[in-house]
Design a protein around this ligand. Structure first.
Ligand SMILES: [Cu+2]
Length: 186
């Protein structure tokens, strides 16, 4: 009788231990399908063939939208078209592999402040006499998830100014720098 009781007790203890371990394991990996939301992204810009433009562009999620902070050097002084393009592919020497402007809503090309615009329309960055451009802009159309997500898309700086009206390119000419927008450490 005693032995049976002891055996039962041991079995109960072991069963409890197994149950606890199973619970613990679940807590260690909370719903594997649930990836944490992206809060920051970065594009490292490299010059296309024959150009010197380079720099970094950081995208940060804020309650007001995606904050864009761009720092580009090696430009000619003046205005340069600046857009998110459809493909995160800078493999071509002239970066035409990045495709056209990122335009998931099939809207006309315009400036970043227009209600109807390409999601990728960031307008122009302006380089000073040293060829250095700095831009800060909080964008209400771009996103890190859903149809307007810019993650994995291309980022392009052009040789000419974007006139914000010529369809569908803004007549900004060749591409002088290309980068891919990737997930950054928060
Ligand atoms: Cu462009």
């Amino acid at each position: 009788m005693n032995r049976k009781l002891i055996a039962l007790f041991i079995a109960l203890v072991m069963a409890t231990a197994v149950l606890l371990l199973a619970c613990e394991a679940q807590h260690e990996h909370p719903a594997a399908a649930e990836t944490p939301a992206i809060t920051k992204a970065i594009a490292v810009m490299h010059p296309t063939e024959g150009h010197t433009a380079h720099g970094t562009v950081v995208f940060t999620a804020t309650p007001e939208g995606i904050k864009v902070v761009a720092h580009i050097e090696g430009l000619t002084p003046g205005r340069h078209g600046f857009h998110v393009h459809e493909y995160g592919d800078c493999s071509a020497a002239d970066a035409t592999s990045a495709g056209g402007h990122f335009n998931p809503s099939d809207a006309p090309h315009a400036g970043p402040e227009a209600a109807q615009r390409h999601t990728g329309d960031l307008g122009n960055i302006v380089a000073d006499e040293n060829g250095v451009a700095h831009l800060e802009w909080t964008d209400k159309m771009m996103s890190f998830s859903g149809p307007h997500s810019i993650i994995g898309r291309g980022l392009i700086v052009h040789v000419e100014e974007d006139d914000l009206t010529t369809q569908p390119t803004g007549n900004a000419g060749a591409r002088v720098a290309c980068g891919v927008i990737g997930v950054a450490r928060p």
